[in-house]
Design a binder for this molecule. Structure first.
Ligand SMILES: Nc1ncnc2c1ncn2[C@@H]1O[C@H](COP(=O)(O)OP(=O)(O)OP(=O)(O)O)[C@@H](O)[C@H]1O
Length: 544
């Protein structure tokens, strides 16, 4: 993702107009210098025409500069908006495995660090364009004043910028390294916020976390940024030196080599002095643009690793959950490929059939593959081999999004949205209020304007709210991943003996991941997993 291509995508026309106006403003600056030069070196009284031209060019310079700035600011803000939306969409389109591999800390660091660096870089773009245009205009004026001086000046500038470029390249290496360290730092920040209870309870752990993890990462970033900034400063000092050498050359060397009239001498001294500000600004801001470039490259790399397995198509038209007669998993497999593991965990090949009104318990020890199977069944992981079939039709990549609409799921690491997103019709709100009573939460939570009045509840209560959302979705298949694990014995009983049979009676297919062996007898079928394989399947397959 290139910063400039994003900028152009927001509005090619505005960008082109801003550049044209920037160039006009630069030309006006050069013309102003030439007018000052004329006023300084002319003999006799000032002509009225010269004064009027001075005022006119000054006004034009002011207007073009202002409009350029306004246009580029709008483009910058638009680009940041596009960038954030594009990133969010990319995350939504990325396969779940890609996101799990990259990790939430890196995704957060991209959304914050990179977006901020790009924003800062682009925020200075108007100044960069205007300074570049002013420099260009001044150079053109110099060329008009004296071809010889112009050639000398360009030669010095080329030499100066080549050395500056070398320093910048080195500086970029440090910036890139600092960006990699920032990912690590965000991982530590993630651990800091999620693990705050554990850190507070253990002084030695807290100390070790600070000195062995957080400090080295934060310190490395400080070191790398300082080195990169030092190189930037070195570049600026070099530019300063060149600038003075140039004034020296103009004032002392050029006149010594040949006859130079006063007007030319005053002209190019004025230009060189005038150029100091825009050149300084340019060199200062190039460093910020460099950082924005590094951030853009980092985003690109992250985007690529997110979608390593290919981006998923997300059709805009959301298919309604449909009825089904039979859903089959035929020889499906999934392996977690990790660089640090010799033998990856492999689930399957698994054969499993679900029909409406059937309750299947998925059981097995920790790490046997139950959640992985739930992710495969619900289409969050797409099978590496084998097939998913609905009513005999094989699901293809294009069906992924529609296939997932068959399922309402409460994972053990569920996320509870405060807003009843995509569910907020009046009828649903009435149903939600009724469900709150059934889930015994009516005194704790209210539904107000399509959102839950609070989610600051106990873990068991929050899980009941997640169940409420699943109820409201009213899909044909329900998957509960250890839903009852956090419930008190009374509500556990309500779940297994009342809620599940009601869903079953309503024709829903149920997949219940459970360690509660005293309720296994309530299942139509118990499927036991061990090391990723089905080792036992008891009970009868219902045929509807
Ligand atoms: N994100 C992941 N990346 C790599 N490997 C994973 C990941 N998640 C799970 N695994 C591997 O898959 C195996 C099965 O994990 P899974 O979560 O499916 O087990 P489970 O049966 O649901 O366990 P539990 O009862 O503890 O919830 C684990 O032993 C682990 O090796």
């Amino acid at each position: 993702m290139n910063v400039f291509s994003l900028l152009l995508r927001v509005s090619r026309g505005h960008f082109a107009l801003a550049v044209v106006l920037g160039v006009i403003s630069g030309a006006c600056s050069a013309r102003l210098i030439s007018l000052i030069n004329e006023a300084l070196t002319r003999e006799g009284p000032l002509e009225r025409g010269l004064v009027l031209t001075f005022v006119g060019v000054g006004l034009l310079a002011m207007v073009t500069r202002g409009v350029t700035q306004m246009l580029l600011t709008r483009l910058n803000v638009g680009t940041l908006y596009q960038l954030r939306m594009r990133l969010s969409r990319r995350i939504l389109e990325a396969p779940l495995r890609g996101l799990e591999r990259v990790g939430s800390a890196r995704v957060m660091s991209a959304l914050q660090e990179d977006a901020l660096a790009i924003n800062q870089g682009l925020a200075h773009l108007p100044t960069v364009v205007i300074s570049a245009a002013t420099t260009l205009g001044c150079l053109m004026y110099l060329a008009w004043l004296s071809g010889r001086v112009f050639v000398g000046m360009v030669a010095v500038l080329v030499l100066g910028l080549s050395v500056y470029g070398l320093l910048q390249r080195r500086s970029r290496v440090f910036l890139q390294r600092a960006r990699t360290q920032a990912d690590l730092l965000f991982q530590h920040f993630d651990a800091l916020t999620r693990g705050i209870k554990e850190l507070k309870l253990h002084r030695r752990r807290r100390g070790a976390f600070l000195t062995e993890h957080l400090e080295p990462a934060a310190g490395a970033i400080r070191r790398l940024f300082t080195r990169s900034a030092d190189l930037g400063m070195l570049g600026q000092s070099w530019a300063f030196l060149l600038h003075f050498s140039l004034i020296g050359l103009l004032l002392f060397a050029f006149p010594a080599w040949g006859e130079v009239d006063r007007r030319t001498l005053v002209g190019y001294t004025l230009v060189v002095l005038y150029l100091q500000a825009p050149l300084d600004t340019l060199l200062n801001l190039l460093h910020l643009l460099l950082r924005a470039g590094v951030a853009a490259r980092h985003l690109e790399q992250m985007g690529l690793s997110l979608t390593e397995d290919g981006a998923e198509a997300t059709p805009t038209e959301v298919p309604e959950p449909r009825a089904f007669q039979k859903l089959e998993l035929v020889g499906v497999t999934h392996a977690y490929h990790r660089e640090d593991e010799d033998r990856p965990f492999t689930l399957g090949p698994i054969d499993l059939t679900l029909v409406p009104g059937e309750c299947v318990f998925l059981v097995g020890g920790n790490g046997s593959g139950k959640t992985t199977l739930a992710k495969l069944l619900t289409g969050l992981y797409w099978p590496e081999s084998g097939e998913l079939r609905v009513d005999g039709r094989v699901m293809t990549d294009a069906d992924r999004d529609g296939y997932r609409e068959y399922f309402s799921v409460v994972f053990s690491d569920f996320h509870l949205f405060e807003h009843l997103l995509g569910l907020g019709s009046t009828r649903l709100v009435a149903r939600a209020e009724e469900l709150l009573r059934r889930l015994r939460l009516e005194r704790k939570v209210r539904i107000e304007g399509g959102r839950l009045s609070t989610t600051a509840l106990s873990q068991g209560q929050r899980k009941r709210l997640a169940l409420l959302t699943a109820y409201l979705e009213d899909r044909p298949i329900y998957v509960f991943d250890e839903w009852a694990a956090d419930q008190d014995p009374v509500f556990k009983d309500v779940f297994y003996r009342e809620l599940l049979p009601e869903l079953k009676a309503a024709g829903k297919a149920l997949v219940v991941i459970s360690h509660d062996d005293r309720y296994f007898a309530l299942a139509d079928r118990v499927v036991r997993l061990e090391s990723g394989r089905v080792v036992e399947s008891t009970g009868m397959q219902q045929v509807s």
